[in-house]
Design a protein around this ligand. Structure first.
Ligand SMILES: C[S@@+](CC[C@H](N)C(=O)[O-])C[C@H]1O[C@@H](n2cnc3c(N)ncnc32)[C@H](O)[C@@H]1O
Length: 152
């Protein structure tokens, strides 16, 4: 997501990416079908984003649930880590990363990785998220890249 340079202007740039077809939505651009785990998708995102950078990466991605809680958790964490691995190419320094997870044993691993790259990392449970669901979101702000990461 790229908010307007002039805050009084209501126009930003929103780019949606999904494996599935997304119906057109006024004011948004979509890359679909596109798999964020495919390096060609990062390339396409860079080509479409104005200035080649996003201020916010927001992920509600989830794999199709198998019903095996641990497996589903691991697959979703892996998806979040893959997305995090492309942030050096896409996210503006100072930017924000929000991703959905299902709570489980690998959550700490994701949290650790986020803490290496962002100044602030919080776990949030939005009001709209059902209380009985294990869904929680990681909100990471003030992106500074991992020490030693060199942008190509
Ligand atoms: C919980 S749904 C999100 C739905 C969407 N936020 C909405 O309100 O319609 C999870 C979405 O993640 C997408 N997804 C899962 N794995 C993906 C991947 N590797 N690349 C891109 N999208 C993926 C799925 O196709 C699905 O549409």
């Amino acid at each position: 997501m790229r908010p307007p340079a002039d805050p009084s202007s209501p126009v930003g740039f929103v780019l949606g990416v999904d494996l599935l077809h997304i119906f057109p939505l006024e004011g948004a651009t979509f890359l679909c079908p596109a798999d964020v785990t495919d390096p060609r998708t990062s390339q396409r995102i860079l080509e479409v984003l104005p200035g080649g950078r996003a201020d916010v990466i927001l992920s509600d991605m989830a794999p199709n649930a198998t019903g095996f809680r641990d497996l589903d958790h691991d697959r979703l964490i892996s998806l979040c880590l893959t997305l995090l691995s492309v942030t050096p190419d896409i996210l503006q320094p100072g930017g924000t990363f929000l991703c959905k997870t299902w709570a489980g044993s690998q959550s700490r691993r994701l949290q650790r990785r986020l803490t290496e790259e962002f100044q602030n990392v919080r776990i949030i449970k939005p009001e709209a998220s059902r209380k009985e669901s294990s869904e929680v979101y990681f909100l990471a702000t003030q992106y500074h890249r991992r020490k030693g990461t060199v942008k190509q």
